[in-house]
Ligand binder design. Structure first.
Ligand SMILES: C[S@@+](CC[C@H](N)C(=O)[O-])C[C@H]1O[C@@H](n2cnc3c(N)ncnc32)[C@H](O)[C@@H]1O
Length: 300
């Protein structure tokens, strides 16, 4: 973009009243992205090369102010939505409607396999009261997998595929920052548990659940090998570990399956090892993609 193109772009955004309406969330995040990448980064490059420092800095200042104004609308909007979650108003179908309204994403529609994030993730992230991710404090063993969040659209898909009943209790094994357990609870209303090895992540997740007034969501800071699985019926794993650790946890779940029917939903490379367990059968035959949720059910 040339300097005059950047000037017109900023001027156009500043008078686009539609962008300042709360519901225009998608267009607003696109505008914020463009301000960042097309204007601010370009000005930083030009500042290193050109003499017109004053005019460049003045346009950068205008762009920064505009970006802050747009971000402030999102912040207010998310604070209001968090308050509505706290009162219990935003749950199930109401939450699905809001996601559709704000991001254009139909949670009941078909989803794309993969690990990339989209506007639905930015929206769901905003519903969480803590925005800064804590640092990892404990070293992981070689077979353990570092934190990576399941994309929101995959959580919507797994909540559909799980077809929860009133008797179900969902458990995310390797729960990370707790988004899957909290989101599944908001969508389905079933009690949710999260088991997480890293204490800082577990504290973060717990704090979010407490701040959103969700007593039905509980996080437990323990190694999945030592966890108590006696109350779960639907277990989710976004490949939290591999090899021997995964096998030990699957063996513990197999023991639980002797007491009650359980389901395991997997996402990522762990699906291959889970699909080899003789006591499990795929609920829908085969799985289409390694990064698509696969559902297994115990056979007895
Ligand atoms: C790929 S992340 C998935 C996070 C979360 N389930 C999600 O989908 O957003 C894997 C998580 O498993 C945790 N983890 C790894 N080994 C673990 C173990 N032995 N017990 C419990 N959690 C473990 C990691 O700390 C990390 O947060």
């Amino acid at each position: 973009m040339t300097f005059s193109q950047m000037q017109s772009f900023i001027a156009e955004i500043a008078v686009d009243n539609g962008l300042f309406r709360e519901e225009a969330f998608e267009s607003r995040i696109e505008a914020i992205d463009r301000i960042d990448f097309l204007v601010m980064e370009r000005i930083d490059e030009l500042l290193l090369q050109e003499n017109q420092q004053e005019v460049l800095l003045s346009l950068k200042h205008r762009a920064e102010n505009l970006k802050q104004e747009l971000e402030a609308i999102n912040t207010k909007m998310f604070q209001r939505l968090q308050a509505r979650i706290r009162t219990g108003e935003v749950r199930g179908e109401r939450l699905r409607e809001l996601i559709r309204e704000y991001t254009g994403f139909d949670t009941a529609g078909s989803t794309n396999a993969g690990t990339e994030y989209d506007h639905a993730d930015i929206f769901i992230n905003g519903l969480f009261p803590l925005q800064t991710m804590p640092e990892q404090t404990k070293e992981l063993e070689p077979e353990m997998v570092y934190y990576q969040k399941t994309p929101a659209r995959i959580v919507f898909e797994l909540a559909e595929k799980a077809a929860f009943t009133k008797e179900d209790i969902f458990c995310d094994i390797g729960a990370g920052l707790g988004q899957v357990a909290i989101l599944v609870h908001l969508l389905s209303g079933v009690p949710c548990r999260g088991i997480e090895f890293e204490p800082a992540f577990c504290d973060y997740a717990d704090h979010c659940a407490v701040q959103l007034h969700l007593p039905g969501v509980i996080f437990i800071n323990t190694d999945a090998r030592a966890a108590d699985y006696s109350e779960g019926t639907v277990f989710f794993m976004f490949t939290p570990f591999k090899g021997e650790i995964l096998q030990q946890v699957l063996d513990a779940l197999r023991k639980e399956s002797l007491q009650r029917k359980i389901r395991i939903i997997t996402y990522g490379p762990c699906t291959a090892q889970v699909s080899l367990q003789s006591w499990l059968q795929p609920v829908m035959p085969g799985y289409s993609h390694v990064y698509s949720p696969a559902v297994f059910s115990s056979t007895w």
